[in-house]
Ligand binder design. Structure first.
Ligand code: TRP
Ligand code: SF4
Length: 352
């Protein structure tokens, strides 16, 4: 699968070394996700697969961003509990290793908010107003912009800098926020005359964006995604019923066109690239029918998900263990954040 491959050039400089040559700091990875619901295959290929590879190479902090979730979902905070635990279990089931990586909950590290306050002073509102990702989020809420949401990229910067993050493995949608983070880090260093912070760099995967089974963006609202927690049968039923194939191919003997098959062919490219040439040829010559093609794809996806189901069952049966490891991770993150705060205040010459 693509994610077992060698890192692409884009990642190489930072991966092959343990220090970030440019800034002469050890590489520390920091990333996070908002607890808003179950993870799907798009999250897996876009972000999680990258984390799995990177966690073995560098110290990694993976954070459940519950305050960030609240910036838009402040009216339904009761969902946070379930989603926080659900996200932790999704990560653990996917193979995020709590022995190597630090898993924690944002709101259990209150120092992040203190760092956020300091960064906010150094952040012109203009920088936030021109962040295109934030603009999109604001447009989606269809409400007056609240202060918390306006500060979203600053809080994200506080997340990264509070644990000394130098590299941030995220999806492309986060690049604009990361630009703001770099600007804030630079401004803090400039203001307080000390190299307090690394300017955090994004680390992207080159995986093409995985669309939903209907060829539209994969997401909750469209119900067109395969979730990491879906059972083998659910995966089969979804692919059978929802995956849109070449609509011009009416009869079994009609030759097909893989590029017109948004719900199956792109999945082969990601989950079974070794079969792409065969599928392509057999589709074009009508040697392969869509039902068989879907079944074969299902087998590959289920093979990827099977070990995750097993781990999930273990963690679901012992949620206390999950909470305990999040607590331990949050404690570790707090200690880092306290040290960072100490350094910032010292650089500010702020003693009392
Ligand atoms: N904004 C990120 C997202 O929506 C989540 C996030 C919060 C994050 N804090 C972060 C990502 C810090 C990377 C680093 O996916
Ligand atoms: Fe798509 Fe496979 Fe059918 Fe071709 S044979 S249209 S690739 S499902």
């Amino acid at each position: 699968m693509f994610f077992d491959n060698e890192p692409d050039d884009h990642l190489k400089d930072s991966l092959d070394t343990t220090t970030d040559a440019q800034q002469n700091r050890p590489v520390i990875l920091m990333s996070g996700m908002r607890p808003t619901g179950r993870l799907h295959l798009g999250h897996y290929v876009g972000v999680i697969a990258n984390w799995l590879k990177l966690q073995t190479q560098h110290p990694s902090y993976f954070m459940i961003a519950d305050w960030h979730a609240l910036t838009t979902q402040y009216a339904s905070p009761q969902k946070l509990n379930e989603h926080t635990l659900g996200l932790a279990i999704d990560w653990l089931a996917a193979g995020i290793d709590p022995e190597t990586a630090t898993l924690y909950v944002q709101s259990w590290v209150p120092e992040i908010l203190e760092i956020n306050a300091l960064l906010s002073m150094a952040t012109p509102v203009k920088w936030l107003e021109t962040d295109p990702t934030l603009k999109d989020m604001v447009a989606l809420t269809k409400e007056d912009l609240n202060l918390g949401l306006l500060g979203y990229p600053v809080l994200q910067t506080a997340d990264i800098l509070s644990v000394g993050g130098t590299h941030v493995p995220v999806g492309k949608d986060q690049l604009a926020h990361l630009e703001v983070s770099r600007d804030i880090a630079r401004r803090m260093n400039h203001l307080y005359g000390a190299p307090l912070f690394a300017e955090p760099k994004p680390m992207l995967t080159e995986t093409p964006l995985l669309m939903g089974l209907d060829g539209r963006k994969m997401g909750k609202s469209l119900n067109n995604g395969i979730y990491l927690s879906d059972t083998q049968d659910e995966v089969l039923q979804k692919i059978k019923r929802e995956a849109i194939t070449d609509t011009q191919r009416v009869k079994r003997n009609d030759p097909g066109t893989p590029s017109n098959c948004p719900g199956v062919f792109p999945y082969y490219q990601i989950f079974a690239p070794q079969l792409v040439t065969t599928v392509d040829a057999e589709c074009r010559s009508a040697a392969r029918g869509c039902m068989d093609c879907k079944k074969q794809l299902t087998e590959h996806i289920n093979a990827l998900l099977a070990p995750m189901h097993q781990k999930r069952a273990e963690y679901e049966a012992d949620k206390g263990q999950v909470i305990a490891l999040l607590k331990a991770g949050s404690q570790k993150a707090r200690e880092q954040a306290q040290a960072v705060l100490g350094r910032v205040k010292a650089a500010m010459n702020w003693r009392f």
